[in-house]
Design a protein around this ligand. Structure first.
Ligand SMILES: Nc1ncnc2c1ncn2[C@@H]1O[C@H](COP(=O)(O)OP(=O)(O)OP(=O)(O)O)[C@@H](O)[C@H]1O
Ligand code: SF4
Ligand SMILES: [Mg+2]
Length: 342
């Protein structure tokens, strides 16, 4: 798998000023209600995305990656899940304070999202062409023929084979890879500034996965858009990311440019993820899995949320919560970072 994804490690990183930020999430808090109780799923999450860059949000299953994305899109399953604090600044607006109508416009024109499962994201009773022309006509003052031509061009651009025929196809008549290309074409047809892609290739086989990632990279280069790519797969991260935010149990624990993170991961959780990655661990006899699992929101430990799984936990880690602080030039949430031994 690691060999089949395009290589981006080693790409030059440029320093950016905060004024350039496209999306700025500050202290986001998203919680789930259960009766009288409320539990944080995402806690105190801050993340910037700059124009024309690919940021990967990475972490194990249940870390809160999708809930973070759905908080940005204002598509949370409310109730019981609700964003209850923080700001999500996009251009001049705090998305959390926009009206539903204003937010629909943002979702159509500024920030698009591609979901993990291409089959359940497409309505089985509508053809590809009818869905795409409706999306275009809802937001552009265009007749059906012009919208259909626009849809066809978008399908051509994402490399869908036989795009003219596919305009009249239904989801069940296409492979998983074709359906994912259709979803990406639909997301890109109105030329968003930011694409949020939540595990867009997880359901696909390795070869198709590499093709879709290559296509996404090409689209990003041509359109100069930004991508927030959500994945649990560090091999994918190595192939596509400019910067990486590592998420554990609802919190960002480390952030760094991709080459720095892979060369010198500082958080014990990031180190654990890398030790479990086949091509990093090739020098070892076997992979080293991180013991234990991500705790559910209802059972978070009081201090550092990673303490029960951390080989370097100190007694203070069980009582005090580490803040995300700049440590050796990067945001890090840890009292006791250790040098990485590959
Ligand atoms: N509708 C919901 N109601 C209650 N809890 C939820 C709901 N959706 C998500 N959660 C909980 O929030 C936590 C984070 O879920 P989320 O789907 O964001 O994880 P994830 O990092 O995207 O995982 P995966 O890699 O499996 O997609 C999990 O503990 C999950 O059980
Ligand atoms: S704060 Fe302590 S428990 Fe948490 S990751 Fe760092 S060393 Fe491990
Ligand atoms: Mg998810």
């Amino acid at each position: 798998m690691a060999q089949t994804v395009p290589s981006k490690i080693g790409s030059t990183q440029q320093a950016r000023s905060p004024a350039e930020t496209l999306l700025s999430i500050r202290n986001l808090r998203t919680a789930v209600s259960q009766g009288e109780d409320r539990f944080d799923i995402v806690r105190d999450l801050s993340l910037d995305i700059f124009p024309n860059e690919i940021v990967c949000l990475v972490g194990e299953s249940g870390c809160g990656k999708s809930i973070t994305a759905l908080s940005v899109m204002r598509l949370l399953p409310t109730p019981p899940v609700r964003a209850i604090g923080g700001e999500i600044q996009f251009k001049e607006n705090d998305l959390l304070t926009l009206s539903d109508k204003e937010m629909r416009k943002v979702r159509a024109e500024d920030i698009a999202m591609v979901f993990q499962d291409p089959l359940t994201s497409l309505d089985p009773v509508f053809s590809v062409g009818s869905v795409m022309t409706e999306v275009i006509k809802a937001h552009r003052d265009l007749d059906t023929n012009t919208a259909r031509t626009m849809a066809l061009e978008a399908l051509q651009e994402v490399g869908l084979p036989d795009p003219e025929k596919r305009l009249d196809s239904y989801p069940h008549q296409m492979s998983g890879g074709m359906r994912q290309r259709v979803l990406i074409a639909t997301a890109l047809v109105l030329d968003p500034d930011l694409l949020i892609a939540d595990e867009p290739t997880t359901a696909l086989d390795v070869t198709v996965q590499a093709q879709i990632l290559e296509m996404l990279l090409e689209e990003q280069r041509q359109r100069h858009m930004s991508i927030l790519l959500i994945t649990h797969d560090l091999a994918v991260v190595a192939g596509v990311a400019d910067r990486v935010a590592v998420m554990y149990a609802g919190e960002i624990v480390e952030q760094a440019p991709v080459d720095e993170l892979f060369e010198d991961p500082k958080h014990p959780y990031t180190q654990g993820l890398l030790h479990a990655l086949p091509h990093i661990s090739v020098k070892r006899e076997k992979l080293i899995p991180i013991p234990g699992v991500v705790p559910p929101p209802q059972m978070m430990p009081p201090g550092c949320r990673f303490a029960p799984r951390c080989p370097y936990a100190l007694s203070r880690c069980w009582q005090e919560r580490p803040e995300l602080e700049i440590n050796a030039g990067r945001p890090l949430r840890c009292f006791n970072p250790q040098p990485f031994v590959a």
